[in-house]
Design a protein around this ligand. Structure first.
Ligand SMILES: O=C(O)c1ccccc1NCC(=O)[C@H](O)[C@H](O)COP(=O)(O)O
Length: 276
């Protein structure tokens, strides 16, 4: 049976490419020989969020996202310069796309960025097989509940064996229950619906109340303005993951507008770069 039929065609293509890279056909979580496995010395993501809070900044994971299926064109700037600008704008952590075919990412980019900054770096990719975990070192890896299905507990364990912190992404309460059952403690609620690619900040608001209090909760996608940032924080977000709105224009100013959303409340509340 095609388990991807209800996904947007772009997402089906992303998933097919990920399964090719994993060499799994999506049915098993292919293991790498123990001697070739990554073992990272991760920078602590929760500690980075706490530092931001102590400093009066909204904890923001700023995403280096050169392009995407929902973005026009590709941002060609040096990703390391973009990453440094995000940190200068107060980002608590970074996310770097490593998916090459649909997002313009690469593992080399992640390596360069991680070497250049001292904040934790999330590897943003579509991991469906354990062998993909060994492609590059990062502080955090993403597992998308919708994509990994029943393999979630096994992949979570494989990632933790390699010392990665694991962000498990969900979109509804059913996926959240699966994530919690699997032992996820770092949970992202994606406001982007992978079936339609539409973004609705109400998604986070409807799922967040069901997240266990001891989990670290991240609001993902569609956060464009300081008002959006405050809305997600009011709904319980410990941190925000933001790509497009930061990548569009002056990256440092865009990041700062969001990280200061709770202190610069006099600022106008349109798109961060153009309106502050
Ligand atoms: O961003 C896309 O167009 C996209 C399309 C298909 C699957 C996933 C997609 N995005 C992945 C993400 O999770 C976002 O890059 C991330 O949450 C940041 O979202 P945004 O701030 O809306 O760029």
């Amino acid at each position: 049976m095609d388990d991807t039929a209800e996904l947007d065609p772009a997402v089906r293509s992303i998933l097919a490419a990920a399964r090719d890279r994993a060499g799994t056909g999506g049915r098993e979580t292919d293991e790498t020989a123990a001697s070739d496995r990554s073992s990272v010395d991760p920078r602590d993501l929760r500690a980075a969020f706490e530092r931001a809070e102590a400093d009066g900044r909204v904890p923001v994971i700023a995403e280096v996202k050169p392009t995407s299926p929902t973005t026009e064109g590709t941002r060609e700037d040096d990703p390391v310069e973009l990453a440094e600008s995000m940190v200068a704008g107060g980002a608590a952590a970074l996310s770097v796309l490593t998916e090459p075919e649909h997002f313009g990412g690469s593992t080399e980019t992640l390596e360069r960025v991680r070497e250049a900054v001292d904040v934790p770096v999330l590897r943003k990719d579509f991991i469906v097989g354990a062998s993909q975990l060994d492609a590059v070192e990062s502080d955090v890896v993403l597992l998308i509940a919708r994509f990994v299905g029943d393999d979630l507990p096994e992949l979570l364990a494989a990632a933790r064996d390699r010392e990665f912190q694991v962000l498990v992404e969900v979109h509804d309460r059913e996926e959240l229950a699966a994530a919690v059952d699997a032992g996820a403690t770092l949970i992202g609620v994606n406001n982007r619906d992978l079936a339609e690619l539409e973004v609705d900040l109400g998604t986070f608001e409807s799922v967040a109340p069901a997240v266990p209090d001891d989990a670290t909760l991240i609001a993902e996608s569609g956060i464009a303005t300081p008002a959006d940032a405050r809305r997600m924080r009011a709904a319980g977000a410990d941190a925000l993951l933001v790509g497009s709105a930061i990548m569009d224009g002056d990256v440092e100013a865009n990041t700062r507008a969001l990280t200061r959303a709770e202190t610069d409340t006099h600022s106008t509340d349109d798109a961060p770069e153009t309106r502050i």
